[in-house]
Design a protein around this ligand. Structure first.
Ligand SMILES: Cc1ncc(COP(=O)(O)O)c(C=O)c1O
Length: 399
C-alpha cells in the first residue's frame, strides 16, 4: 500500500522512543527515575477536577460549538487580556484540543507548500514536523548558550526571504527555559515591521511559569499593528497541571480565527465538552494555588543547579521560565563507557544514563541541537536528588 508523502516525511520522535524505553524498563521492575517529563508533576487542583465531574453529572457531554463554548471563549479572552495586555474579545479566541493542535492549525492556516517558517533551535520537538505536515519548509536558526539561546534581530533578518510566511517564537522556551525580555521582543518586532506579510506565531504556553524578577512580555503587546498579525498560543496544560484534559487556544485577528475555526470544524468538530467546562473554571476561579506551584518549581530549579555543581561535565543553562534544565554536555561527547562504547551524541549519552544510571532525560538532538541534554525539574525533590547522584556516578565511570 502507498502512503502520502506528507506522512512519510514525518520524523520519528526521539522523545517518545526514550520514554517508551524508560516505561518498558519500569515495567520490568527497574527503579527508573524520570527527569524527562514535559508536564507538571502536580495533580489537577481539586476544584478543577470537581468541575469536570460536575460536567459529566450535569450531562454536559454533547458536541459544543466548534470554536469552543461561549463561556470558555469569554474566560480565555479575559485571561489572555490580563496575560498579554492586549484587548481580546471572544471572537478573537479559538479553543482547541491542546495548544499543540492550536499551533498545528496556525501553521496549516498560513503556510502553502514551499513557504518558509523561521524558528530558533533548540526548538520544541513538534515545530519542524508541523511545518512538514503543511508541506512548508522549516528554516531553523541555531542559537547558543552564550547568547541565552535567543534569536537576535540580525539572525532573524538574515533568514527572511520572499518565501517567509511565518516567524514562530517560543518564550519561555521548551527546552531551554530562556525568556525574551521586553526590549529583545520589541527589537525582533522592529525587524518584522519591515515585512508586513509575515505572520507571527507566539507560543506562550509557559507564560505563567517564570521565576524571580523575570517578566513575560508578549510580542502581540508591542503595537496594534503587530497584534493584527500575531497569533498567540496558550492553554491550561502547564499552568493548571491539566495536560491530559487537552485544552489550549489561539488568540489572534478575528478573520484568522474564523479561518482556523473552519479547519478545526472539519478535523476535530470541537474540543471535549467536559474539559472545556473544567478549563473555564480553571480560568475564572481564584488561582492562588499557582503561587505554590511556581514556588516549588523555583526551589527545585535552584536545588537542581546546586547539585549539578558537583558534575563539572554537565553545565546547566539557568532558565528564567518553564521547568527544564538544558545542559551543555560537550565535554562528555567522545568519552567511552565502562563497556567500551563511545558516546558520539546526546542520544548516546541519554541512552547511557537510562541504562547505567536508570535516569530518563531527553537528548538535545530531539530539539535540533547536539551536545546538550534536557532534564525536567517537574519532579519531586527526592527524584532530583537521587537522580543527580546516580548521574554523577555514571559520569565518573566514563573515560
Ligand atoms: C513549547 C510547547 N508548546 C506547546 C505545547 C503543547 O501543549 P498542550 O499540552 O496544550 O498541547 C508544549 C507541550 O509540551 C510545549 O512544550
Amino acid at each position: 500500500m502507498k502512503y502520502s508523502d506528507r506522512v512519510s516525511k514525518l520524523g520519528n520522535s526521539i522523545t517518545l522512543a526514550i520514554s517508551a524505553k524508560a516505561k518498558a524498563m519500569k515495567g520490568r521492575g527497574l527503579d527508573v527515575i524520570s527527569l524527562s517529563a514535559g508536564q507538571p508533576d502536580f495533580p489537577t487542583p481539586e476544584h478543577i477536577k470537581a468541575a469536570g465531574i460536575a460536567a459529566i453529572e450535569g450531562n454536559i457531554t454533547g458536541y459544543t460549538a466548534s470554536s469552543g463554548t461561549p463561556a470558555l471563549r469569554v474566560a480565555a479572552a479575559e485571561w489572555m487580556t490580563r496575560e498579554t495586555g492586549v484587548e481580546y474579545s471572544p471572537d478573537r479566541i479559538l479553543i482547541s484540543t491542546g495548544a499543540k493542535y492550536s499551533l498545528a492549525l496556525t501553521i496549516l492556516t498560513t503556510v502553502n507548500p514551499g513557504e518558509e517558517v523561521i524558528f530558533a533551535a533548540p526548538y520544541w520537538v513538534s515545530y519542524p514536523e508541523m511545518v512538514n505536515l503543511a508541506e512548508g519548509v522549516p528554516v531553523i536558526v541555531k542559537t547558543d548558550f552564550a547568547n541565552g539561546f535567543k534569536l537576535t534581530p540580525a539572525m532573524l533578518e538574515n533568514n527572511i526571504t520572499d518565501k517567509t510566511r511565518v516567524v514562530l517564537l517560543n518564550s519561555p522556551s521548551n527546552p531551554t527555559g530562556s525568556v525574551y525580555t521586553k526590549e529583545e521582543t520589541i527589537a525582533l518586532a522592529k525587524v518584522l515591521e519591515k515585512y508586513p506579510d509575515i505572520w507571527i506565531v507566539s507560543d506562550e504556553i509557559y507564560s505563567r511559569l517564570i521565576y524571580g524578577d523575570t517578566e513575560h512580555f508578549s510580542i502581540a503587546a508591542v503595537s496594534p499593528a503587530i497584534a493584527a498579525r500575531t497569533i498567540v498560543v496558550n492553554g491550561v496544560s502547564k499552568t493548571f497541571a491539566m495536560t491530559g484534559w487537552r485544552i489550549g487556544w489561539m488568540a489572534g485577528p478575528k478573520e484568522f480565527i474564523a479561518r482556523a475555526g473552519k479547519m478545526q470544524s472539519h478535523t476535530t468538530s470541537c474540543p471535549s465538552s467536559i474539559s472545556q467546562h473544567a478549563a473555564e473554571k480553571a480560568l475564572t476561579l481564584p488561582d492562588d494555588f499557582l503561587i505554590e506551584m511556581e514556588g516549588a518549581y523555583l526551589r527545585r530549579r535552584d536545588m537542581f543547579i546546586e547539585l549539578l555543581k558537583d558534575i563539572p561535565e554537565i553545565e546547566p543553562f539557568k532558565p528564567d521560565g518553564a521547568f527544564y534544565l538544558f545542559c551543555d554536555i560537550g565535554s562528555i561527547i567522545g568519552k567511552t563507557t565502562p563497556e567500551g562504547k563511545r558516546i558520539n551524541s546526546s542520544v548516546d549519552f541519554a541512552d547511557y544514563l537510562l541504562e547505567q544510571a536508570l535516569v530518563a532525560a531527553v537528548p538535545g538532538g530531539a530539539f535540533g541541537i547536539e551536545g546538550y541534554i534536557r532534564f525536567s525539574f517537574a519532579a519531586s525533590d527526592e527524584a532530583i536528588e537521587r537522580g543527580v547522584s546516580r548521574i554523577a556516578e555514571a559520569v565518573r565511570k566514563l573515560s
